[in-house]
Design a protein around this ligand. Structure first.
Ligand code: URA
Length: 422
């Protein structure tokens, strides 16, 4: 094969043959197809799409580029969850121990934040002593013993995706449904879970801003999982406003622990329980009552063991920012908009996220929300508290929030005439 022929096929709107796909993924992983060639192919796929058979084959070829994990030796079924990413989305933290209460093993191989969305590993690293990197043997031993593990995906899973994802990030080819679906599902299928629940986010804080595209992404991923023998279901959930009342690493751990203690904001509790029900159903535990396991402390027990098994101290105080500033309501009224994307960017600028993969993050940085859309607020009341160790970051965080926090006066609620007011 010749890379130029493969690119030309897709450039001219044709379908790639299985042999072309197998060859191009393998050759790219080995370095025999150049970055600029894969970059042209990714753009041709972005512009012309791929049919179902092409997407399935592309996914299989990415799986074949690396190792597959095998959980078949465990005595319990495995269930996993994947969120397409959002702002304040800390659900994995309470969810993994909650599902493990019911004798289901939860191998949650996770990532770090990039851009405005947070990463599960960055959040858990706010817990003193906690370690993200585990060997495959350690993962299996912890699943056997505790039932839940949240750790870094090893470099052996779908190495073709690692290279391709980094390339897409720098060539404006991330937001293509065939490429997103195959990227996510190649890693999940290679991980070897029996069942998978996808939380596909829709709204300003998500990759997919509108419902039709999110639905198409969900359908494509469910088909890929099902065809590969993984019981796969998807929920479409809202990401137009942040989840819960905290955004940022240590702040989100604190809120997750509140949920595990039977409290916490209702949107976080409801989504955790809804996803747990789907995972437990898919794993053959339709009668389990996850809400009860949050209230009676069983999920908290598994959380404590899960954190301790990875070197963390579940009783240690979480770090707290040296500097905070409040954003105040300027008028009486109803909070009608609190934009997820803007809050995500502001939190990132406060130090919770990174601009380049190798940058460090501040565990303490982030944003606390004191009101959610629909709440009545009074002039002068704090709506947000910004947290950081580096106060020179406050100004740029406030810039990101311009226009993103809208309070509408009671008389103007019909038609939201006062959308521009902050
Ligand atoms: N997450 C992934 O793993 N891959 C994508 O392409 C997008 C989100």
């Amino acid at each position: 094969f010749d890379a130029v022929d493969v690119i030309r096929t897709k450039r001219d709107g044709g379908a790639l043959s299985p042999a072309q796909i197998d060859w191009v993924i393998d050759a790219y992983t080995r370095g025999a197809v150049a970055e600029e060639q894969m970059s042209a192919l990714a753009m041709a796929i972005f512009l012309n799409g791929m049919d179902r058979a092409e997407i399935a084959r592309w996914t299989q070829a990415m799986i074949a580029s690396g190792e597959r994990m095998d959980f078949s030796g465990l005595s319990r079924p495995t269930a996993d969850k994947h969120s397409t990413g959002g702002v304040g989305d800390k659900i994995t933290l309470p969810l993994a121990p909650l599902v493990a209460v019911f004798d289901v093993a939860v191998p949650q191989l996770s990532g770090r934040g990039l851009g405005h969305t947070g990463g599960t590993l960055d959040k858990l690293e706010a817990v003193p002593g906690w370690r993200a990197a585990l060997s495959n043997e350690e993962i299996l031993a912890q699943l056997d013993d505790v039932g839940a593990v949240i750790c870094a995906a090893g470099s052996g899973l779908a190495p073709a995706d690692k290279k391709l994802y980094a390339l897409r990030d720098t060539t404006a080819t991330v937001e293509a449904i065939p490429l997103i679906a195959s990227s996510i599902m190649s890693k999940k299928i290679a991980e070897g879970t029996d069942s998978l629940v996808l939380d596909v986010k829709v709204g300003s804080g998500a990759f997919m801003k509108d419902r039709d595209r999110a639905g198409e992404l969900a359908r494509t991923m469910v088909e890929l999982g099902t065809d590969a023998g993984v019981r796969t279901v998807a929920l479409l959930t809202d990401m137009s406003t942040p989840l819960g009342l905290t955004v940022g690493n240590a702040l989100e751990v604190r809120e997750s622990v509140e949920v595990l203690a039977g409290g916490g904001p209702s949107d976080v509790v409801d989504l955790t329980v809804a996803l747990a029900r789907e995972m437990l159903d898919a794993a053959g535990r339709p009668d389990a009552d996850p809400a009860a396991a949050l209230r009676d402390g069983r999920a908290m027990d598994v959380w404590r063991r899960m954190i301790a098994a990875q070197g963390g101290d579940p009783d240690a105080a979480l770090p707290v920012a040296r500097h905070t500033e409040d954003v105040l309501a300027e008028a009486d009224g109803v909070l009608t908009t609190l934009d997820a994307y803007a809050v995500g960017v502001a939190s990132w600028r406060l130090g919770a996220g990174r601009a380049r993969k190798e940058d460090p993050v501040q565990a303490v940085a982030g944003i606390e929300l004191h009101a959610k859309p629909g709440d009545e607020v009074r002039a002068g009341q704090p709506l947000l508290t910004l947290h950081t160790d580096t106060p020179e970051r406050f100004a740029r965080a406030r810039e990101a929030l311009a226009g993103a926090v809208v309070v509408t006066a009671p008389g103007e609620l019909d038609g939201f005439a006062a959308r521009e007011r902050t």
